[in-house]
Write a protein that binds this ligand. Structure first.
Ligand SMILES: C=CC1=C(C)c2cc3[nH]c(cc4nc(cc5[nH]c(cc1n2)c(C)c5CCC(=O)O)C(CCC(=O)O)=C4C)c(C)c3C=C
Ligand SMILES: [Fe+2]
Ligand SMILES: [Fe+2]
Length: 368
C-alpha cells in the first residue's frame, strides 16, 4: 500500500486542535437520483446492513435502489427547506454555535462538521483540518446513544481514511453521552417549554430510531442507552411509569427490530382511549426526515386515524442554547490536556504554521 506524501516536517511545529461534529448525512437534493446515490453509500455500509455483501448487493441493486429513492425523495420534498435538508441545516448551525461557544470559553480550535454518508464527507473534512495545521482531532458524533450502526461507522470512516496517511494526528473519539446531565437538562427544558405553551399530554412517547433486534443480543448497548436516556428524562420531568412510553421507529426490511414499534404503539394508545400524546425523539439531536416526516406527519396521521384527538410533536434540541452548552461541555471534557488555551504569541505561530501547511498541501495537490 502507498501512503500519502506529507509536507516535510518542521521542527518546533505547534499543531492546532480540530473538532469534528459527525452526523449521518442526507441527500444533496430531494430528487430520486440524489437520494439513490446517498442510499447506495448508506445501505452498502456493512455496519448498517449485516448481510454478506455479495448477497446484499444483489438485493440492494434489484429490489431497493430501483424503487426506494423515488418514494424517499417524495418524503424529503415535504421537509426540504430553502437552506436545504433540515439535517444538514441543523448540523451546520450546531457547528457554528459550538465554535462560538468554545471561542467565548477561551478555546482556540478548528470546529467543522462532517457527514458519514454524502457531503461534506469525513475524509474531505479530515483533509481540510490537516491542511489547516491540525495535529490533534476530536471526533464528536451527533449520536447521544452509541450504536454499532452509527457511532462505530463514523469511527470506521475516520480509521479507514488514516489507513493511507503517513503522519496521523492524535485522535480522540466521543463514544456516547446518553446520560450526560447537560443533554438531559436540555431535553427537559424543551419538554417543559412545550408544556408551558400547549399543556400536558395524557402520555409522553419517547421515540428512538430502531435497529435490528439481533444487535441487542449480540451485545450492542444501544437499546439500554435509549432506555437510560428515557428513564433520566422521565425522572427529571417527574413522570411515573404509566405517563411515558419508549418506542422505536423507522424499521427497515423484514427482520424484527427493537420493539415496541412507534406507529403501532400510537395506534394502540388511541384505540385504548388515550386522547392526547406528545412525541419527542431524544436520540435525534437535530430534526430530519425521521422526525419531521415519519413522526410529525405520518405517525400523527396514524394516531388520529386510530381515534386519537391531539398529537403534538416536540421538536429536537436543534439550536437550543442549553444543548449547545452541553455539547461544548462534552467537548471540553474530551479536549482536556490538549493545547486549546494558548497565548497570543502561540496563536500567531499557529497561524503562520497553518498558512505554510496550506501552501504546501496545495502545492502537493492535497487540497481540492
Ligand atoms: C437499513 C437500516 C438502518 C439502520 C440500522 C439505521 C440506523 C440508524 N439511523 C439513524 C439515524 C437516521 N436515519 C435516517 C434515515 C434513514 N435510515 C435508514 C436506515 C437505517 N437506519 C434509511 C434507509 C434512511 C433514509 C431515509 C429512507 O429512505 O427511509 C436519518 C435521517 C436522514 C435525513 O436525511 O434526514 C437519521 C438521522 C440512527 C440514529 C440509527 C441507529 C441508532
Ligand atoms: Fe436510519
Ligand atoms: Fe423513516
Amino acid at each position: 500500500m502507498a501512503f500519502e506524501r506529507e509536507p516535510s516536517y518542521r521542527h518546533g511545529t505547534v499543531g492546532k486542535v480540530g473538532l469534528i461534529l459527525a452526523n449521518l448525512g442526507t441527500p444533496d437534493a430531494p430528487t430520486p437520483s440524489a437520494v439513490r446515490s446517498y442510499l447506495r453509500q448508506f445501505l452498502s455500509d456493512p455496519r448498517v446492513v449485516e448481510i454478506p455483501a455479495p448477497v446484499w448487493q444483489i438485493i440492494l441493486n434489484l429490489f431497493i435502489l430501483p424503487f426506494r429513492p423515488k418514494a424517499s425523495a417524495q418524503k424529503y420534498a415535504t421537509i426540504w427547506t430553502k437552506e436545504g435538508s433540515p439535517l444538514k441545516v441543523h448540523t451546520e448551525k450546531q457547528a457554528t454555535l459550538l465554535r462560538g461557544f468554545l471561542g467565548e470559553n477561551g478555546h482556540t480550535l478548528e470546529v467543522a462538521y462532517a457527514m458519514r454518508y454524502g457531503n461534506p464527507s469525513v475524509p474531505d473534512v479530515l483533509r481540510k483540518l490537516k491542511a489547516a495545521g491540525c495535529d490533534r482531532i476530536l471526533i464528536l458524533p451527533l449520536y447521544p446513544q452509541y450504536s454499532g450502526t452509527t457511532t462505530a461507522s463514523v469511527f470506521d470512516a475516520v480509521f479507514s481514511h488514516y489507513e493511507k496517511v503517513r503522519n496521523v494526528p492524535e485522535l480522540r473519539l466521543v463514544k456516547n453521552y446518553h446520560d450526560d446531565s447537560g443533554y438531559i437538562q436540555a431535553l427537559k427544558e424543551t419538554v417543559l417549554k412545550h408544556w408551558e405553551q400547549h399543556g400536558h399530554p395524557d402520555k409522553l412517547v419517547m421515540s428512538f430510531h430502531g435497529v435490528p433486534k439481533r444487535t441487542l443480543s449480540l451485545g450492542d448497548p444501544y437499546h439500554c442507552q435509549c432506555h437510560k436516556t428515557a428513564r433520566l428524562l422521565a425522572a427529571e420531568l417527574g413522570l411515573g411509569e404509566d405517563q411515558y412510553l419508549v418506542t422505536f421507529q423507522s424499521r427497515f426490511g423484514k427482520a424484527e427490530w427493537l420493539q415496541p414499534y412507534t406507529a403501532p404503539s400510537l395506534q394502540q394508545l388511541a384505540q385504548q382511549g388515550v386522547k392526547r400524546v406528545d412525541v419527542i425523539c431524544p436520540g435525534f439531536v437535530g430534526d430530519c426526515l425521521e422526525t419531521l416526516e415519519e413522526i410529525a406527519m405520518e405517525a400523527k396521521h396514524d394516531f388520529i386515524a386510530a381515534g386519537g384527538t391531539d398529537f403534538r410533536y416536540i421538536p429536537c434540541l436543534n439550536e437550543h442554547p442549553g444543548w449547545i452548552r452541553a455539547l461544548a461541555r462534552i467537548a471540553e471534557d474530551h479536549l482536556s490536556g490538549w493545547p486549546t488555551r494558548i497565548s497570543p504569541e502561540m496563536k500567531a505561530i499557529q497561524r503562520q504554521n497553518a498558512e505554510i501547511a496550506l501552501v504546501r498541501a496545495k502545492a502537493m495537490g492535497a487540497e481540492e
